[in-house]
Design a protein around this ligand. Structure first.
Ligand SMILES: Nc1ncnc2c1ncn2[C@@H]1O[C@H](COP(=O)(O)OP(=O)(O)OP(=O)(O)O)[C@@H](O)[C@H]1O
Ligand SMILES: [Mg+2]
Length: 355
């Protein structure tokens, strides 16, 4: 199947700084891809190139297989059939809400108004058609801008943090409504966010970006469970990092020995595990640390501090060697500081990365 949108080796430099560094991506019709990464990593610049409001230094963009821009060709933004909703969206101040939404629509006035009204209902603004933009809150204006972007049923929708101004509940509602409209139309969606939770909720595929480059692409499940490096792991949740040095395919830690095939002797490694993957076992005097290949490491651990967070408790443990590890456990459980347990790290959840 021909990709709806294809980015090939895009590069964009500002002075000596490479803001977008060899970015390639491919989206099928109806696919939602999130560009996820920290501030300044080049997400918006990538979107601006696809939209045609900025130009790359090299590389190309294709829509349905047809070249849209490269070193010589340049299809202007209005001819690309690409919808936009950027961070700095603005409504037309002199047009009322429904005329803003209907701005890109062709056809009879009554039909345009009906379409605008239907979209306003989808984004929770049924009664707002005749208001003026200055009479709306920031979040309401944002939803009007979303409806306006969706209205012409573009082939591709570019969304740059489109839900950032909304409170949590409204954000979920508007996001679901927006996505269902876009999916119904078979629109490919390239969405920028720096919020991993939002990317996991929305995306068929996440492209993790850092310093202008895409460091990993995959489904939310893959990217969360098999991160390519320590930073990729740490982008999605807090992580515990246990440093070690490889000696003959083994890495000794204060709480057990790890098999680390594929790393040469002398390599400094970080063994990474997420707080929710650490298991707590009751401590029984007289038993040494439990250790097996299947279970991974286990170590006696003493509660340093426990915090109740409502949906879970976060417990910091002191383990041998001065290391502090954090486990997230059910919030019915709030152990007292000083209590001793075994901390177990199931091997399948431990990731080993060369430093
Ligand atoms: N017009 C420009 N001139 C010079 N530098 C720019 C320009 N636009 C972007 N940059 C730089 O390029 C880099 C990437 O910027 P970009 O806006 O793409 O980041 P971002 O990932 O969208 O960040 P954020 O999450 O903060 O919006 C930044 O270092 C930025 O300062
Ligand atoms: Mg940005």
């Amino acid at each position: 199947m021909t990709p709806r949108l294809e980015l090939r080796h895009l590069v964009r430099r500002f002075g000596g700084h490479t803001a977008v560094d060899d970015v390639s991506l491919s989206l099928l019709p109806g696919q939602v891809t999130c560009l996820l990464g920290p501030s300044g990593c080049g997400k918006s610049t990538t979107l601006r190139i696809v939209a045609g409001v900025d130009q790359q230094d090299s590389g190309q963009v294709r829509v349905d297989g047809a070249l849209v821009c490269d070193a010589t060709a340049f299809v202007p933004p209005e001819k690309r059939e690409i919808g936009l909703m950027f961070q700095d969206f603005a409504l037309f101040p002199h047009l009322n809400v429904w005329r803003n939404v209907a701005f890109g629509l062709k056809g009879r006035r009554a039909a345009c108004r009906a379409k605008a009204q239907a979209l306003l209902e989808r984004v929770g603004l049924a009664g707002y058609a005749d208001k003026m933009p200055h009479q709306l809150s920031g979040g309401e204006q944002q939803r009007v801008a979303l409806a306006r972007a969706i209205a012409p049923a573009p082939k591709i929708m570019l969304l740059d943090e489109p839900f950032s101004g909304l409170d949590d509940r409204l954000r979920d509602e508007v996001r679901d409504a927006t996505l269902s409209v876009l999916r119904e139309e078979g629109t490919a969606v390239l969405m920028v966010t720096h919020d991993p939770g939002e990317a996991m909720k929305m995306a068929d595929e996440i492209a993790l970006m850092r310093d202008g480059r895409i460091v990993q692409t995959g489904t939310p499940y893959t990217i969360y469970n098999t991160p390519v490096d320590r930073m990729a792991a740490g982008f999605f949740s807090d992580i515990n990092v246990i440093p070690s040095v490889v000696d003959g395919a083994l890495a000794k830690t204060p709480f057990g020995t790890f098999l680390v095939p594929g790393h040469a002797t002398g390599t400094q490694v970080d063994i990474v595990i997420r707080p929710q993957h650490l298991k707590i076992e009751f401590y029984r005097d007289g038993h040494g640390p439990l250790e097996s290949d299947a279970m991974g490491m286990a170590a006696p651990a003493t509660v340093r501090r426990a915090r109740f967070l409502g949906h879970q408790s976060l417990v910091d443990f002191d383990v041998a060697g001065g290391q502090v590890l954090t486990a997230s456990v059910s919030s019915v459980f709030l152990p007292q500081p000083g209590t001793q347990f075994y901390l177990m790290a199931p091997r399948k959840h431990c990731k080993v990365f060369a430093r």
